[in-house]
Write a protein that binds this ligand. Structure first.
Ligand code: F6P
Length: 304
């Protein structure tokens, strides 16, 4: 996200446009918490995770009163267009806001979940998968030394993208995701014949409908002698220096969003489809970016 901010400030400056950053997302918009953004100050943040503007989940922005106050604050500061970086919650917020605020909005997909239509990749997803892969590789050392079963839970909300990519990328023995269907039954069959003489890694998406704890107890039921541990990777997946891919994605989407505004676009999200920059209307992106056919096939081949 910091790379995207840097790119936005840079292109805006080249075109003689002033940029204000809104601190703490929609919460900060309601409070009028604006700060001027300059590319020189942002240049040295490209390698940092998170966002220097900070973020929040805003209950007040869910209300008409909150959104009206936000509009007043934008008007008071002469802000005449808006670029928002975020996931489906951010875009739902923008859609609701567009009912009373007629300023042009451009979106940038920013979530580790990779669950938005209109882009092949969302900002942060690649870095999160790289973090998960490194952590799973490390956990494997203990799993192999002790011949243990590890259930490793990864984030992604309702999307299995992180689980599929990190599971296949680490040679996991099974992958459970909201999309994996029959894989749990096949996993239990494997566990029935598991002889405790090797490591066994299961990557579980937090959105899996059975849930990590229940998976663990079912495994124990079918094979009570297993030595099993659960590790939840949690928020480590959202931090750390962004990958090379994410830094460039941030730059590309930042540039694309300012260019879109300058050419009169509104209510569209900048994305990358087949490595081409694209603009997709907000209504179309909130329907989820589901696992595609190829990914589904990989999940079937490698997931159980
Ligand atoms: O949507 C991004 C995400 O990291 C999900 O993968 C995860 O379920 C959620 O946010 C965690 O949210 P919070 O930081 O509010 O606990």
């Amino acid at each position: 996200m910091n790379a995207a901010l840097y790119a936005i400030a840079k292109v805006a400056e080249i075109n003689g446009v002033k940029v204000s950053g809104i601190r703490r997302g929609y919460e900060g918009m309601i409070d009028g918490d604006f700060t001027s953004l300059e590319s020189q100050q942002l240049q040295k943040t490209v390698f940092r995770g998170g966002t220097i503007l900070k973020t929040s989940r805003s209950d007040r922005f869910l209300t008409v009163k909150g959104r009206s106050t936000a509009l007043e604050m934008l008007q008071k500061s002469n802000i005449d267009s808006l670029i928002a970086i975020g996931g489906d919650g951010t875009f739902r917020g923008l859609l609701a806001f567009s009912e009373l605020c007629k300023l042009p909005f451009i979106g940038i997909p920013g979530t580790i979940d990779n669950d938005l239509a209109g882009t092949d990749y969302t900002l942060g997803f690649d870095s999160a998968v790289n973090t998960a892969i490194q952590d799973i590789d490390k956990i494997r050392d203990t799993a192999e030394s002790h011949n243990r079963i590890f259930l490793i839970e990864v984030m992604g909300r309702d999307s299995g993208y992180i689980a599929i990519n990190s599971g296949i990328g680490t040679g996991a023995d099974a992958i459970l995701t909201p999309e994996s269907g029959e894989d749990f039954v096949r996993l239990l069959d494997k566990i029935r014949h598991y002889d405790s003489e090797e490591a066994f890694i299961v990557v579980v998406s937090e959105g899996d409908e059975i849930g990590t704890e229940l998976v663990a107890s079912k495994i124990k039921e079918v094979n009570p002698k297993v030595d099993l541990r659960i590790t939840k990777l949690g928020h480590v997946q959202r931090g750390g220096n962004p990958s090379a891919f994410d830094r460039m994605l941030g730059i590309r989407l930042g540039v694309a969003s300012v260019k879109a505004l300058l050419s009169g676009e509104k209510d569209v999200m900048a994305g990358i489809l087949n490595n081409e920059l694209t603009l997709t209307p907000f209504q179309q992106i909130i329907k989820q970016h589901r696992i595609n056919e190829e990914m589904n096939e990989l999940l079937k081949m490698f997931g159980s």
